[in-house]
Design a protein around this ligand. Structure first.
Ligand SMILES: Nc1ncnc2c1ncn2[C@@H]1O[C@H](COP(=O)(O)OP(=O)(O)O)[C@@H](O)[C@H]1O
Ligand SMILES: [Mg+2]
Length: 418
């Protein structure tokens, strides 16, 4: 079937979708090459079909999403990609969509920023039985990324992302709230998360930080714009790509993210868990997106003893070890760690509620508190010493693969760095 790939109101290309697989099998004419998704190259006047397909597939719910298999069975749909056309490929994180050829729909009529959307897909993804025979599949949940169970919901007129935690500790929602408290205190631009409860389970809620004028472009997409040289570090490659695109200086925002991730021992800051914002019409780069998705941290999947031992902590996206990655910080001048003097109260306040105790016992809470304290002290020392040492950039300890943590341990095909 023929579609126009649209960017808000701008037709970008004429494409054909394969009805059986949901893939793009032909790109007929590129009308606005500058509006192609970032990292999709133009060759001899046409867009690279493999690259466009990979962008399109990444737009669908990952097959590693918790509960996706059951949801697809309920919907009698073969793959998450088949859900994309059901919502015109619309998302709440950017302004791309597909318009069936010959149809009079406009972006104003259907975008999810200004128009309501159905709860049916969200209900099914959350394991609730369908309400009727005819489900309305128009929902931004069809285009949401990430492995954790999640759904978009309109709460008091605001588009909010509701996200669960992985078994057995369901710690991610609490971690999002703790990371919020840390970033508030350190003045790090972030999207605030709070914890809510549904049927005895914790969920995090945050508002949408993308508006109908903006696109969130992940670091993964940004790093597709050119090939990384072997002797260039992953960090340098990201900075080069941002400079090539003409983005504003993001060094301080990056420093802030690295500091947060060190403090909370984040294990899943892969390249789709941070990015830049741009204006969807002018394509002007606005800057680093506020920090989101910091939940896979604070030993979320480890025992209390493992948390205390600080062993086997993964690190992404630049270096494999936090102690190496924190060396990439270019300046600590903005950092005032005395602002974290009440970190014990902050963390205890979130983990000590009666409901939270069902998942996080006192022993676990103490292990988390002790590990955060240790990292604050270590960071204090590093920040004090940092003026004396000059960091030599190398590719040593660089992360080779950029993959999201799969809580079902049923890995997606692994994505290699460009
Ligand atoms: N507040 C938000 N506003 C807009 N888009 C968001 C927001 N939070 C997350 N996203 C988008 O949704 C995706 C999935 O959310 P994320 O929190 O990363 O889930 P997970 O923890 O399962 O990886 C992100 O990669 C990002 O593209
Ligand atoms: Mg994520």
């Amino acid at each position: 079937m023929d579609y126009a790939l649209m960017h808000k109101r701008i037709p970008v290309a004429h494409i054909e979708l394969d009805e059986a697989t949901g893939s793009i099998y032909k790109i007929n004419k590129v009308l606005a090459p500058e509006h192609l998704p970032v990292g999709v190259p133009l060759r001899k006047g046409t867009a690279d079909r493999t690259a466009l397909n990979s962008w399109w597939t990444d737009r669908s719910i990952p097959t590693s999403r918790s509960g996706i298999r059951e949801a697809l069975e309920t919907l009698n749909i073969s793959s998450p990609k088949m859900l994309l056309a059901r919502c015109y490929g619309l998302s709440l994180s950017d302004q791309y969509w597909i318009k069936p050829s010959g149809c009079g729909l406009s972006w104003e009529d259907i975008n999810f920023f200004d128009n309501a959307f159905s709860d049916d897909i969200g209900d099914v993804l959350f394991g609730h039985p369908p309400k009727g025979l005819h489900l309305d599949l128009r929902s931004p949940d069809n285009t949401s990324d990430g492995c954790l169970k999640k759904r978009w919901k309109i709460i008091n007129g605001k588009r909010c992302l509701i996200k669960g935690g992985s078994n057995p500790f369901r710690q991610q929602p609490f971690n999002e709230a703790i990371a919020t408290g840390i970033m508030e205190r350190l003045n790090i631009p972030h999207i605030p998360y709070t914890v809510i409860w549904d049927d005895g389970s914790p969920y995090s809620v945050c508002e949408n930080f993308v508006t109908s004028d903006t696109d969130l472009v992940s670091a993964w997409r940004i790093m597709q714009i050119k090939k990384k040289e072997n002797n260039t570090s992953v960090y340098q490659h990201f900075i080069h790509c941002c400079n090539t695109l003409g983005a504003p200086d993001i060094r301080q925002a990056l420093d802030q993210m690295l500091v947060l991730d060190y403090l909370i021992a984040n294990e899943d800051r892969h390249l789709n868990n941070f990015g830049l914002l741009r204006n969807a019409e002018t394509l002007e780069w606005i800057g680093y997106a506020p920090i989101y998705d910091s939940g896979s941290s604070l030993g979320y999947d480890k025992t209390a003893a493992q948390i205390l031992a600080e062993k086997d902590i993964l690190c992404k996206p630049y270096k494999k070890h936090h102690i190496e990655q924190i060396k990439l910080v270019t300046s600590f001048h903005w950092l005032d760690l005395t602002k974290l003097s009440d970190h014990r109260e902050l963390i205890s306040g979130i983990l000590s509620t009666d409901s939270a105790k069902d998942f996080i016992d006192d022993h676990r809470k103490e292990a988390i508190l002790s590990s955060v304290k240790k990292r604050i002290l270590a960071l204090e020392k590093m920040a004090a010493d940092s003026t004396k040492k000059k960091y030599q950039m190398t590719t040593q300890d660089d992360v080779e693969r950029n993959i999201a943590e799969d809580y079902t341990k049923n890995k997606d095909p692994q994505k290699m760095l460009p």
